[in-house]
Design a protein around this ligand. Structure first.
Ligand code: PGA
Length: 255
């Protein structure tokens, strides 16, 4: 399956800058053809960016969602809003939201299930802090995030989930994980998913062919190739580097 490259523009760009960048990216015809690319702009730029990439192979993602269709939820963006704009992917449980908005695993699970129910693909973000890694507790923590985040998901729906392993200490620090450490964690995530109770019960019916596990955290044009060659890495979740057209082009060329 082609590698999945997800660009998370966070709140780095203003709406007009986002539209300009989207136009530049939609003109990179050749490198894009080998990979699947998803752009997650800020909410204010979603409409414009979605219009810009319509008709190309670029898909649109949202950086978050409120787990209801719509209603009296002041300041929130519901699932119907995203659906109307043609959003196909939604980042769920990014560590910045867990940290700054205090998002719990329970809310993450609610958002993930609502996204699936609305027919979109959730990208569940998991990853440990540096102190957890130092204490040897990284896998235990990621295991908990996966189990709670995926609670109640049907085996069929699990095939539409993307998991992004993003160690918190690697995000925006210029200090990525070593590809060999990512390989170990990706294998652990795959093994954990296959041990989920509902997967065990449906073992014969379930194939993991559709499920992608991405690496994220200080990915750039220089190191993307090494991660993409790493066993078990199905793609990348890229923050800062994805807001620079030439850097993103290098990443796409590495696929
Ligand atoms: P970064 O962010 O590539 O800037 O480290 C990745 C992310 O948070 O998704």
């Amino acid at each position: 399956m082609p590698k999945l490259i997800v660009a998370n523009w966070k709140d780095y760009l203003m709406p007009r800058q986002s539209a300009v960048l989207a136009r530049r990216i939609s003109n990179f015809k050749s490198p894009i053809s080998k990979s699947r690319i998803v752009i997650c702009p800020g909410f204010l730029a979603l409409n414009e960016v979605a219009k810009t990439v319509r008709g190309t192979q670029i898909k649109i993602g949202a950086q978050d969602v409120w787990p209801e269709s719509r209603g009296a939820f002041t300041g929130e963006i519901g699932l119907d809003d995203l659906a109307e704009l043609g959003v196909e992917y939604v980042l769920i449980g990014h560590s910045e939201r867990r940290q700054y908005q205090g998002e719990s695993d329970v809310l993450v699970n609610k958002k993930l299930r609502a996204t699936l129910q609305a027919g979109m693909k959730p990208i569940l973000c998991v990853g440990e802090s540096w102190s957890m890694r130092k204490q040897g507790a990284a896998q235990k923590y990621v295991n908990k995030q996966l189990r709670l985040g995926l609670k109640g998901v049907t085996p069929k729906d699990l095939q539409r989930v993307v998991v992004a392993y993003e160690p918190i200490w690697a995000i925006g620090t210029g200090r990525p994980a070593k590809p060999e450490d990512a390989e170990v964690m990706h294998a652990f995530i795959r093994a954990t998913l296959s041990k989920l109770s509902f997967v065990q019960r449906n073992r014969t019916k379930l194939s993991f062919s559709g499920l992608s596990i991405l690496y994220g955290g200080s990915v750039n044009g220089e190191n993307a190739g090494a991660f993409l060659k790493t066993k078990g890495v199905d793609g990348l979740l890229v923050g800062g580097a994805s807001t620079k057209a030439e850097e993103l082009k290098r990443i796409l060329f590495s696929c």
